[in-house]
Design a binder for this molecule. Structure first.
Ligand code: C2E
Length: 832
């Protein structure tokens, strides 16, 4: 082995002496020569095994051969003062570039460093020469590549050799660990570096900034095996991930990655996840995910965990799980929706548990699509809507069902009726609507109280339901009215009608059974029913209900406890009547009524009076006779204003005639209907009309009918007498047609009897009529009443009447009812 030749360049003679002395004592056998200071500027001659260059404390520069790229020794050991560490680093880099060996040591004023200095020298001399040194340009190139690669790494990296010294490092490691380059450039051991960092406080108090996995390792000065990976935090809050890879030669490669962003994002994600979890846990909603095939992969949330059946959805699709409210077409529509990758909202699913308990959930979801547009699945939220569904059902019950009986109400009935009408075209069958009204229900309510009435209605509802099929509708229409809608009555109309009538009879007999009500009281009732049948094309639901209602009213009118089938002819009459009533009301208001006068003559043929007869000058129908509207006016009450108008008009006419000598003695008869006469203020009305017109009361004769006087006779008589006292006369119209009683006839303050024209018509051909006429004439004579025969059309009739003592006559033989002017013409004095 060759003796190593060492050139020792040291301006400090004492330092050099001590070092060389120790070297000699070490027994290494090296030849160390102190090269005098004057040669300092020039490069030492080649051939030295190593050069030790000790800098004076004040030296601010390296000699060019030590800091530059060319001309340096193969092995250089620098001994520098701490403030010169940067110079040493530069020498290290230059040596590395040139493929030379180089190391440095910081000098201490006490000289403690000298043994270490000699140790480093030994190590430097033993270091193998850098491979490829023989071809320095290749080495340089490789080194340059390596440097570039290392420099461009985002991670910090260093590598230690078997001696624990850091041989290679990049700039990034300096940045990440905030180390001065000088520190690494002098190739510290890992332990030294750890010491420096510990002193600086990089690891925090009690190594708290080091991940637990590596705390003991760092605390122990980086001795022993390092954890393969651990994290440490820097004082300014960054997080570094440290990875260590042991090398076969005993060294290691350590990388440092700034994972602060990753850690922050990860922490944020964890916070977000935690937020999401607590939202899920606190919320009654739950979260779900499905894969691309629609199978549930995740169902999260406290609400979902409570429900075992929801958890059982895992691995299944919705349609596999099934829902009581979804048919195959509903599922197909849902699948189509998913196929189109559309979000869906509030998909309501009904579940009936094996125990029969009903629950509802609503799902909303949206597609999850990868960055490349592939459908990954769906995700969304679900919630229990059973409460809402129950509330909705309750609202529907309140809106569509009768609160007392629980039967469908009028609204729901109308809805079902409309559906029934719509379905007729398809079914080609008949349907029936049965309107049922309890007879005299009001009496029960009034006598026993509403509670008892309510109980009866509930029992009736139950019996009605028992009479019909489940598909039929029994509705409570209001009060004691029920309606049954029966669909699908098969067969020809006659059979359908018979079927419906059979059902009506069944209902009638069910309701005729006694109803045991409270307190041992048993109620018996009957019902009136109206039935209407309909088929395609049907009238509107409203119209059908009116028909059944109308028929029911006919059953009531027929004495109750009856069934009537709706008859369109009867309804048409009713409608015509209603129409006529409206028109008459308008006619009266518009002054379309007028009076005609028919003369009354005495036995000599002289006109002594006239009967006022009302006419209606209808705008389209022409002159309408009273026979067409008086009865209706009486039924509707229109007779009151009409009669008043007649009375006032007749009085005015009388007043007018009073001024004409030929007319002034005329007595005018006015027909008074029963209803009109019964008014308490009737007498006053007559007197007011007389007063207002100025007509003489003696010229006015009121014609009453017999039937009017049959009831409340005393009251009627009093009214007649009140008017008679003022001079108004009374005639009994249509005498002989009613049940005239001689007993009251005697008491009535009458002036005249009027023989009905029915007797006069047949007086010559019917012996009975002739006898009646004779009797009336005899009766009148004995009661001292005048008699007028009405409807005299022929001279023979006149002759008969005259022969039997009749003194006054009215009829076409003497003149038809005509306007006042015609009568005036007839009575005008014949010009001399
Ligand atoms: N076939 C035939 N008929 C004759 C003959 N002579 C008179 N008549 C008709 O017999 C009716 C007599 O009137 P009424 O018995 O009081 O019967 C009246 C009366 O009950 C009622 N009426 C008419 N005007 C009024 C009125 O102003 N008030 C009330 N309450 N009823 C009236 O209407 C009924 C019918 O009146 P009109 O159609 O005007 O019919 C009149 C008259 O036109 C005749 O020779 N042959």
């Amino acid at each position: 082995m060759n003796t190593a030749r060492i050139a020792w360049i040291d301006p400090d003679a004492a330092h050099a002496r001590r070092a060389l002395g120790l070297l000699a004592l070490s027994g290494q056998g090296w030849l160390a020569l102190q090269v005098p200071h004057p040669q300092f500027g020039a490069a030492p001659a080649r051939g030295w095994s190593a050069v030790v260059l000790c800098l004076a404390a004040q030296a601010g520069e390296l000699p060019d051969w030590a800091g530059g790229d060319g001309g340096g020794p193969d092995a250089l050991l620098l001994c520098v003062w701490p403030q010169q560490e940067g110079l040493a680093a530069r020498a290290l880099r230059a040596a590395a570039r040139a493929g030379r060996r180089c190391d440095y040591l910081l000098r201490s004023a006490s000289g403690d460093h000298v043994p270490e200095l000699l140790q480093r020298l030994g190590a430097l001399l033993q270091e193998p020469s850098v491979p490829g040194v023989a071809e320095p340009s290749d080495v340089r190139q490789q080194l340059a590549c390596l440097q570039t690669a290392l420099a461009s790494m985002s991670q910090g990296i260093f590598q230690t050799g078997p001696d624990g010294r850091i041989n290679v490092y990049n700039r990034r490691v300096l940045e990440l660990l905030e180390l001065p380059e000088a520190l690494l450039a002098r190739r510290p051991t890992l332990a030294e570096l750890t010491q420096v960092q510990t002193r600086r406080g990089d690891y925090g108090q009690d190594f708290g900034l080091i991940d637990e996995r590596a705390r003991d390792y760092v605390r122990g000065g980086a001795a022993g095996a390092a954890p393969a990976v651990y994290r440490r935090h820097t004082l300014d809050g960054r997080t570094l991930e440290v990875r260590t890879q042991a090398l076969p030669d005993g060294g290691l490669v350590r990388t440092f990655a700034d994972v602060s962003d990753y850690v922050r994002v990860h922490a944020e994600l964890q916070r977000s996840e935690a937020r999401f979890r607590s939202l899920c846990d606190l919320s009654s909603d739950w979260y779900w995910e499905q894969d691309a095939e629609g199978r549930f992969t995740d169902i999260a949330g406290v609400a979902a965990h409570r429900e075992a059946w929801l958890q059982a959805l895992h691995g299944r699709t919705l349609s596999e799980a099934g829902a009581a409210n979804m048919g195959e077409s509903d599922w197909a529509a849902h699948r189509e929706h998913l196929g189109a990758r559309q979000p869906f909202r509030e998909l309501e699913l009904k579940r009936v548990s094996p125990g029969g308990e009903v629950s509802w959930i609503a799902l909303s979801g949206e597609p999850v699509v990868s960055a490349r547009g592939t459908l990954l699945g769906y995700r969304g939220v679900g919630r229990d809507i059973s409460g809402r569904k129950r509330a909705e059902a309750e609202i529907e019950r309140l809106a569509f069902y009768d609160a007392l009986t629980g039967l469908p109400n009028r609204r729901l009935l109308l809805d079902r009726l409309q559906r029934s009408c719509a379905g007729l075209q398809r079914s080609r069958s008949h349907s029936a609507l049965l309107f049922i009204d309890l007879d005299h229900f009001k009496n029960l309510n009034d006598n026993r109280g509403h509670d008892v009435g309510d109980r009866l209605l509930c029992m009736v509802a139950r019996r009605l339901r028992q009479c019909v099929r489940a598909s039929d509708t029994v509705a409570r229409f209001g009060g004691d009215e029920f309606v049954v809608l029966v669909d699908e009555l098969k067969g020809e109309p006659r059979l359908a009608r018979e079927g419906a009538q059979r059902l009506a009879r069944k209902i009638a007999s069910a309701l005729a059974q006694p109803f045991p009500l409270e307190g041992g009281y048993t109620h018996h009732t009957t019902c009136s029913m109206g039935l209407t049948l309909f088929s395609y094309p049907a009238q509107s639901a409203d119209e059908l209900l009116k028909q059944a209602d109308f028929a029911m009213y006919q059953a009531k009118a027929a004495g109750r406890n009856a069934l009537r089938l709706f008859d369109p002819g009867v309804l048409a009459q009713m409608r015509a009547r209603t129409e006529l009533e409206t028109e008459l009301r308008h006619g009266l208001a518009r002054g379309e009524l007028l009076l005609h006068y028919q003369p009354v003559v005495n036995a000599a043929g002289t006109i002594t009076g006239a009967e006022a007869l009302v006419r209606w000058q209808h705008p389209t129908r022409g002159l309408v006779a009273p026979g067409e509207f008086i009865a209706l006016a009486e039924q509707t009450g229109l007779i009151l204003p009409l009669g008043r108008w007649v009375l006032e008009t007749a009085c005015m006419q009388l007043a007018t005639w009073a001024a004409q000598p030929a007319m002034q003695s005329l007595v005018v008869s006015v027909n008074v209907s029963a209803r009109q006469f019964r008014q308490s203020e009737f007498a006053n009305q007559v007197l007011a009309a007389l007063r207002a017109s100025g007509a003489r009361p003696q010229a006015l004769r009121l014609e009453l009918t017999e039937s009017l006087l049959l009831t409340d006779t005393e009251e009627m008589i009093a009214k007649m007498e009140q008017l008679r006292a003022q001079g108004v006369g009374f005639s009994l119209d249509d005498f002989g047609t009613g049940y005239s009683s001689l007993s009251y006839l005697k008491r009535l303050p009458l002036d005249q009897l009027k023989i009905d024209r029915g007797f006069v018509r047949d007086v010559l051909i019917d012996g009975n009529d002739a006898a009646i006429v004779r009797t009336i004439l005899g009766l009148a004579r004995s009661l001292d009443l005048q008699v007028v025969a009405e409807g005299v059309e022929t001279a023979s009739q006149l002759d008969f009447l005259r022969r039997h003592g009749c003194q006054a006559f009215q009829g076409y033989l003497f003149g038809r009812p005509a306007p006042a002017a015609m009568l005036e013409l007839a009575m005008a004095p014949v010009p001399a």
